[in-house]
Write a protein that binds this ligand. Structure first.
Ligand code: BG6
Length: 489
């Protein structure tokens, strides 16, 4: 099967932080891939903007290197690269003082074309950039602004950031990226639920025992020392990616696949999350920090050694969450995420309730409750575990096997990076996969009390050896309820 590409209107794409890590690793490679796929209409232009003094040619070299290093070799075609570099321009700007914004305006010119300002910079610059764009009269009705997480470090700071951007841009022009929403399998979650009649009747507390969401990484700090140590896993992964996944699993069917219908349903889930009170935090949450150990590449240092000092920041978190509504009352959602874990794997496991009564002899073997496993990465796919009879003579022996749908095997298409889809959605003006202001703030409203409880109860981090599945407290969190973390991971 092949994919189809529908071209988008011509657009001007301005990257603030144009010489930074995100531009290099994700944005320029993603734009290149969309050009190569034939999705651009002409004239489409890309502007790098940052504080460094750089010529157009020097920035083109930066873009060439970004493509060489971050696009798979099989996708690099000299002709395509040259075409891409021709659309790339550089403008030196100072986000704080506003210097360079008038040059940016001259470079872009007076057009009513779609204009996308991508803020790949520290959140402390969001407000300044928005107001400098306004002062330089760069904001047109066809303009959009794209911001990356972290959007705040708590509810109050998120509100400030949202206010600062909202003074210049309407909510319909603001695209808050959560790149997990651009992942292929995350989108498939909606299709699985709402394009099949099979699951939806079972998708509730009468038939589902519990849900597990795991986002495990094998990498450590990756040089993001100053950001990560101030954030920690709860802010870095749970407030955004994990809660978005939880929403997609738990939300009611939206009336249509339009941005507000989907986001209204996600918001209801966030609002229904049971607040973690101070006294419950040690029962419902686990914080961990990696110690020295081994990863796939060999021996690795502890978090403190990577950081160069002792720290109380968590690199792992597990939470038992509950959604207080009719559909989900009594169904725990176990979340866990961490760095330097045994493998890089992201999975959602829906475990159905056990059968009410077995007609089989004990000697036939255990009857395992059905599980639906949605694998987000790597090896994207869906597995539905069911009980079958072991084939062959020798009596009735039962076996738990997976109906296994691996997307890579089933479809002969490249799996695009999340940023490719998200950037094209920005150009199309489709906000379905972006977080609305009230969603971000509702997520913080649930996270803030956890942070406060950790503080009040002085709930410290439990050490775990790098290359394992996290601290023993995480195993205890789920086993206390007579359940276990899904094993194929
Ligand atoms: C980012 C986090 O949002 O997501 C990182 O800040 C994390 O800490 C990354 O490594 C994980 O993304 P992915 O797409 O590699 O699963």
């Amino acid at each position: 099967m092949t994919s189809t590409t529908i071209p988008v209107e011509p657009f001007d794409f301005v990257i603030f932080g144009g010489t930074g890590d995100l531009a290099e690793r994700k944005l320029l490679p993603a734009l290149y891939q969309r050009q190569k796929a034939g999705q651009f209409s002409e004239p489409t232009r890309i502007f790098g903007a940052s504080r460094s003094e750089l010529s157009d040619d020097a920035f083109r070299e930066f873009a060439r290197k970004a493509i060489a290093e971050h696009v798979p070799a099989a996708d690099i075609e000299d002709g395509q690269v040259e075409r891409f570099l021709k659309r790339v321009v550089y403008v030196q700007v100072d986000a704080r003082s506003g210097e360079g914004f008038s040059q940016l305006k001259d470079a872009i010119g007076d057009t009513d074309r779609i204009r996308a300002f991508y803020l790949a910079v520290a959140p402390s610059l969001f407000g300044d950039i928005a107001s400098n764009l306004e002062k330089a009269r760069l904001v047109t009705p066809a303009s959009r602004i794209i911001v990356e997480k972290p959007i705040g470090r708590d509810l109050a700071s998120a509100r400030e950031l949202n206010d600062a951007i909202g003074r210049v841009f309407d909510e319909q022009q603001i695209f808050r990226i959560d790149h997990y929403l651009g992942k292929e399998t995350v989108q498939n979650l909606m299709v699985l639920r709402f394009a099949n009649a099979l699951y939806e009747p079972l998708w509730n507390s009468a038939h589902i025992d519990h849900v597990q969401i795991t986002v495990a990484e094998s990498v450590g700090l990756e040089g993001r020392v100053s950001y990560y140590d101030k954030a920690g896993a709860l802010r870095d992964m749970v407030q955004n990616h994990m809660l978005q996944l939880l929403c997609l699993v738990a939300m009611e069917a939206p009336a249509a696949l339009d941005a507000d219908a989907v986001r209204d349903e996600k918001l209801k889930v966030l609002r229904a999350l049971k607040r973690v009170n101070g006294s419950d935090s040690s029962k419902l949450t686990v914080r961990g920090q990696y110690k020295a150990g081994a990863s796939a590449g060999g021996a690795v240092k502890s978090y403190a050694d990577e950081l160069g000092q002792e720290s109380g920041t968590e690199t792992f978190v597990a939470i038992k969450a509950e959604i207080e509504n009719w559909r989900w009352a009594g169904v725990p959602f176990y979340l866990r995420t961490g760095k330097r874990l045994a493998e890089r794997v992201s999975e959602i496991v829906i475990e159905f309730k056990p059968i009410p009564h077995s007609i089989f002899e004990e000697s036939a073997g255990n009857i395992v409750a059905n599980q639906l496993v949605i694998r987000l990465q790597p090896d994207e796919g869906v597995k539905q575990f069911i009980m079958i009879k072991d084939p062959g003579p020798g009596g009735m022996r039962l076996r738990n096997v997976a109906l296994d749908m691996s997307f890579a095997q089933a479809f002969d298409v490249r799996n695009p990076d999340a940023y490719e889809r998200l950037i094209m959605d920005v150009v199309r003006g489709n906000q379905t996969l972006f977080m609305r202001r009230d969603e971000v703030e509702a997520a913080w409203r649930w996270i803030d009390p956890i942070l406060e409880a950790w503080d009040e109860n002085q709930q410290g981090v439990q050490g775990y050896t790098s290359g394992t599945w996290g601290p023993s407290g995480s195993i205890a969190l789920i086993e206390r309820d007579g359940r276990t973390w899904h094993e194929s991971i």
